[in-house]
Design a binder for this molecule. Structure first.
Ligand code: GAL
Length: 660
């Protein structure tokens, strides 16, 4: 486990640096990220590089046994770049150029910007690419800018040409005869602003993904051509951000890291666990928390503080889900920077803030578990399929504004979290052999090849759950000509006869052992069984007339290996969703682990089966929980106590159990 912070030494007089680094060391920090956003200090004028200060900062960190992560400074191009090369500025959707100085103002599509990015990174890599004190690189910062310039438009048109080859094919897939959109040649195709043709909108998102892949490829090449391979390369991602397809962008990174901020309120482990699992799923690998808030942020409606002790619970929760590092943002706020009031570890007076003590405790606790966690990760039997294409397709036409595809994924995840079931969140094209149960959450875009991939796995014995809106569209965001679930209709032994955006709740009568009827809100699909083997597992009660007595959930056995395809038509209420999830788990031969409310039990394990069990009390009251058999009798690495069959945790208390 690494533990650290983001430090901007260029904001402070050098005489102060050693005091800061000593305080980091005393907090148990092992890693520090520097140089991100520091372009104007690295290349103050065109072609004049000043890297000695970075070298001195690295040396100081090294003296205190802190490894360096170098940020490429490209999210903040200096004033001279903007002034002498206005073509580097991104154009906003309004048609106006972005304003210099709020970072991320440059266009990832601008060849001039890319040239300058590459050059500054090459200089940094030549100097530090073989420096053992630098363990890795973080590229840019939270890729997010979309450019609406003519340059970007030409690149988009070229991207479409590569994909569709002939303009007729594009017209055909996008149904452009509708509203006379038919294009005669590529140069006529616009960048969509706001709502537009579904094919165009989806393709533009995919082009933005391609843009970031290319942007990143330049940066990776600039480093790799000048460094040794022991330095890793990552970038810091933003949770559910859907500006590009992160599965694609993550491919070229050594691992992903992400920035975990709570903003207002407090952390809810049944939602944040999903975010960690999402990030672990990008590469099916452990990840870093490259930024997290030291108590508070400055950008939310109410920048309340975390509870005392909450950050420690968050840190261990992240570790339990596969984080191999936790890095606070930031060490100290620049006196006149845009983020003056953000949480930090040291105040404007240079002294530790109250949060620093929480950090020290995390630092010393991480040291106690670090060896046991080496080589371990989360092993899940359940996967949730998460598709950017589907999110873009649904968000483009929600049909009911309350249908948020991310909310729906959370709705599937929460019961699994409450029952301590490990979950991988993966792309629909990912290998499925490790899983017994796969939940396709609102998999609206279901091309034939993905359907074939899922079908093969179901024939091999997998249990696939298709939730509302699945199998609606093809890869061009056009409607399938067969009813949902489109290419999986036969395997499902059922189809969606009609879908309803709900303005009032409808009753759902389950048939999976749950006796009480419940409700559906937001969305309901009327299912029609198509084969003699299909069983109706829930029906709608009296409702809008259309749905009365109709099938709401179906299950169909598939093949000889025990495979099943389950279709869920309605957005169920929380209680019914929980009982439905327990039912599908049982159909897949799985069950969860019981624990009292707000107590999480999570396991990391090594390839040889060695397990580390995290028991985390997320609430501010004492809790006692039974332990899974594999953890009973093991040592709590944090206290040294040997656990019996149960463990009692203090408010916000944690136990980390291991045989070693
Ligand atoms: C992140 C960003 C950091 C800092 C932080 C404040 O999104 O990467 O540089 O601005 O937010 O919470």
């Amino acid at each position: 486990m690494h533990f650290g912070n983001a430090w901007y030494p260029e904001h402070w007089p050098e005489e102060r640096w050693e005091q800061d680094v000593r305080l980091m060391h005393e907090a148990g920090m092992t890693v520090c990220r520097i140089a991100e956003f520091a372009w104007s200090s690295i290349e103050p004028t065109d072609g004049r590089y000043e890297l000695d200060w970075i070298d001195r900062a690295i040396a100081l960190l090294h003296k205190y046994e802190i490894a360096t992560v170098l940020g490429t400074p490209t999210a903040a191009p200096p004033a001279w770049v903007t002034y002498y090369h206005p073509d580097t500025l991104a154009i906003e959707s309004s048609g106006r150029p972005a304003t210099h100085g709020n970072r991320c103002h440059a266009s990832p599509n601008s060849p001039t910007y890319l040239k300058y990015c590459r050059r500054v990174i090459e200089h940094m890599a030549r100097r530090f690419g073989n420096d053992p004190r630098v363990i890795g690189w973080q590229l840019d910062n939270e890729y997010n800018r979309v450019d609406y310039s003519d340059t970007a438009k030409r690149q988009f048109q070229h991207f479409l040409k590569e994909r569709y080859v002939t303009i007729d094919k594009l017209n055909d897939h996008w149904s452009t005869a509708y509203w006379s959109q038919t294009y005669d040649f590529w140069e006529q195709i616009p960048i969509p602003v706001g709502g537009h043709n579904p094919g165009l909108m989806l393709a533009f998102r995919q082009f933005v993904t391609y843009t970031w892949q290319e942007f990143q490829r330049h940066q990776i090449e600039a480093i790799r051509n000048n460094s040794n391979s022991s330095q890793w390369i990552t970038t810091n991602l933003m949770g559910w951000f859907d500006g590009f397809d992160t599965y694609k962008v993550a491919k070229d990174l050594d691992f992903v890291s992400w920035d975990w901020y709570i903003g207002s309120g407090h952390h809810d482990y049944t939602r944040t666990g999903l975010l960690h699992d999402l990030n672990r799923g990008f590469k099916h690998k452990n990840f870093w928390i490259m930024e997290t808030q030291p108590g508070t942020v400055n950008w939310h409606s109410n920048n309340n503080s975390l509870y005392k002790g909450e950050a420690r619970v968050m840190a261990f929760h992240a570790a339990a889900h596969g984080a191999d590092a936790l890095v606070y943002w930031q060490w100290r706020s620049a006196l006149g920077g845009q983020e003056q009031l953000h949480g930090s570890l040291v105040g404007p007076d240079g002294n530790p803030r109250p949060f620093y003590n929480d950090a020290c405790k995390i630092g010393s606790d991480f040291k106690l578990v670090s060896d046991a966690l080496e080589g371990t990760t989360v092993k899940a039997d359940v996967a949730i399929l998460h598709s950017y294409d589907s999110r873009w397709a649904i968000n483009g036409q929600r049909h009911n504004s309350a249908y948020d595809p991310v909310d729906y994924i959370e709705h599937c995840y929460r019961p699994l979290a409450l029952h301590n079931v490990a979950v991988d969140v993966i792309a629909p094209s990912a290998p499925l052999d490790d899983y017994s149960l796969v939940i396709a959450a609102s998999l609206s875009v279901l091309p034939a090849d993905i359907a074939a991939h899922l079908a093969a796995w179901v024939y091999a014995g997998g249990v696939l759950v298709l939730t509302p809106r699945s199998g609606h569209k093809d890869e061009h965001n056009a409607l399938h000509t067969s009813l949902q679930p489109g290419p999986l209709r036969e395997l499902a032994g059922a189809e969606v006869e009609e879908y309803f955006a709900l303005d009032e709740p409808v009753t759902v009568v389950p048939g999976w052992g749950e006796l009480e009827a419940g409700e559906a809100t937001i969305w309901a699909e009327m299912l029609r069984p198509l084969s003699a083997t299909t069983r109706v597992a829930a029906t709608y009660g009296p409702s809008n007339g259309w749905l009365d007595g109709k099938p709401a959930v179906t299950i169909n056995p598939v093949g000889e290996a025990g495979g099943k395809l389950i279709m869920i038509g309605p957005w169920l209420d929380a209680r019914l969703q929980e009982s439905m999830v327990l039912w599908v788990l049982a159909e897949a031969g799985l069950r969860g682990v019981d624990s009292p409310p707000e107590v999480e039990i999570a396991v990391r394990q090594a390839p040889d089966g060695r397990k580390v069990t995290f028991v985390i009390n997320h609430c501010r009251e004492q809790r006692t929980t039974l332990l899974p058999e594999s953890a009973a009798g093991q040592k709590d690495l944090l206290t040294g106590n040997v656990a019996a069959a149960s463990v009692t945790l203090e408010p916000l208390g944690i136990a980390v159990l291991s045989a070693t």
